[in-house]
Design a protein around this ligand. Structure first.
Ligand code: HEC
Length: 173
């Protein structure tokens, strides 16, 4: 009898542990993983289009000789709104357009270049982006920047483990 109870108890424990594992493992994995497209979006922001000159590596806004960009963490734009601003820039501001054909026709805000004052036409971005690259960077902003607090995790993903800008975000400091 005792050995049967032992056996039953072990079995129950094993089952419970198994259940815990199936519950815990996907949670841990989803906290660490991000889709390849989000990683690409960060690469476009950081390396190709260099949005950080005006919006900061942290998205909290920055002042530079190129322009003073607002904090994107405080933006209220949704995915479609972000895609539009990144593709078309903002008329009459320092926010550049990243779509090669912006203002060639009426794809941007319905206004072609001919209808704008020369000075109002957004300048081209530091790099022009393909439609899918514009979407990747917009998705990166939706998932990790817009209406999110700056975190250590964000910094490590941006700069890599042990980078000095992340030190001040580390817990316990
Ligand atoms: C030369 C400086 C500069 C660069 C480079 C730049 N921006 Fe901007 N951006 C601005 C400025 C200035 C504004 C504010 C425009 C306005 O007055 O509405 C802005 C506005 C925005 C907005 C609108 C925010 C809101 O809620 O209204 C988004 C989104 C944005 N930028 C994303 C980006 C992304 C992504 C990149 C890189 C692909 C980028 N910007 C590159 C200067 C810049």
């Amino acid at each position: 009898m005792t050995s049967f109870r032992h056996f039953a108890l072990r079995w129950i424990l094993a089952l419970a542990a198994g259940l815990l594992l199936t519950v815990a493992v996907p949670t841990i994995a989803s906290a660490q993983d991000e889709t390849r497209n989000i990683t690409r979006g960060r690469e476009v922001y950081r390396d190709k289009a260099q949005c950080h000159w005006c919006h900061g590596w942290d998205g909290r806004g920055a002042e530079s000789h190129m322009g003073n960009g607002p904090s994107l963490r405080e933006s209220f734009l949704d995915l479609a709104g972000l895609i539009e601003v990144i593709a078309c820039g903002r008329i009459g501001s320092k926010m550049p357009a990243h779509d090669t054909k912006a203002y060639d026709d009426d794809r941007c805000y319905g206004i072609p270049r001919a209808d704008l004052d020369e000075k109002e036409v957004p300048t081209p971005g530091l790099a022009m982006l393909r439609a899918n690259e514009i979407e990747f960077v917009a998705r990166f902003l939706v998932e990790q920047v817009v209406q999110f607090e700056l975190t250590l995790d964000y910094c490590v993903r941006y700069y890599g483990e042990g980078a000095s800008p992340c030190a001040e975000l580390a817990p316990g400091l």
